[in-house]
Design a binder for this molecule. Structure first.
Ligand code: NI
Length: 184
């Protein structure tokens, strides 16, 4: 089922997600609906907050572009993007590594806005799968960026918070229009 994607400035986007302690049938349904919703919207990541649920559940799939990373290790073993995608994870903890890198980002909760966002290029992510398996994911490039972007969502943080002040100024009109549309 395709869910309604929540747009800025819906307050649920600012909520810190509750940790998922038990993977219920409801959570499994939600994650499969989130996948359908993300693919339908041509996104590469989606957090539960973006469909109105403030819990620590997110999905990422960047496997359309196998060249977007230079390495991927899961629990110390080399993996391909295809093998781990789509990645559905709960309760992530991130260790940010390496040089910073700036790339254009978008977000399904901001359909008309894109901007350069600077983030660490590599990540070591400790996540849990829906089957309760603990994964340590080490990677770089777009997968590292997508995991960071989605984990931000789970903590109530949005990509506009990471924009340069110049870009934030330039985006003011779009954000105001979104605020007006939300109230209206
Ligand atoms: Ni987003």
């Amino acid at each position: 089922m395709i869910l309604k994607i929540v747009f800025y400035p819906d307050p649920v986007l600012r909520k810190v997600g509750a940790p998922v302690n038990e993977v219920t049938e409801e959570i499994r349904d939600l994650s499969s609906n989130m996948l359908e919703t993300m693919y339908d919207a041509n996104g590469v990541g989606l957090a539960a907050q973006q469909v109105g649920e403030a819990i620590q559940l997110a999905i990422v799939d960047v496997s359309y572009n196998p060249e977007c990373i230079s390495y991927l290790r899961v629990n110390g073993e080399n993996k391909t993007l295809e093998e781990i995608s789509p990645l559905i994870f709960i309760n992530p903890e991130l260790e940010l590594i390496g040089r910073k890198d700036t790339e254009v980002e978008g977000c399904l909760s901001f359909p008309d806005l894109q901007g350069d966002i600077t983030r660490p290029f590599e990540v070591k992510a400790k996540v849990t799968t829906l089957d309760g398996e603990k994964l340590v994911i080490e990677t770089d490039g777009l997968l590292a960026r997508a995991i960071q972007h989605e984990t931000d969502h789970l903590l109530g943080k949005l990509f506009i918070d990471r924009m340069s002040s110049a870009k934030k100024m330039a985006s003011k009109r779009i954000l105001k229009e979104m605020q007006a549309a939300f109230k209206g």
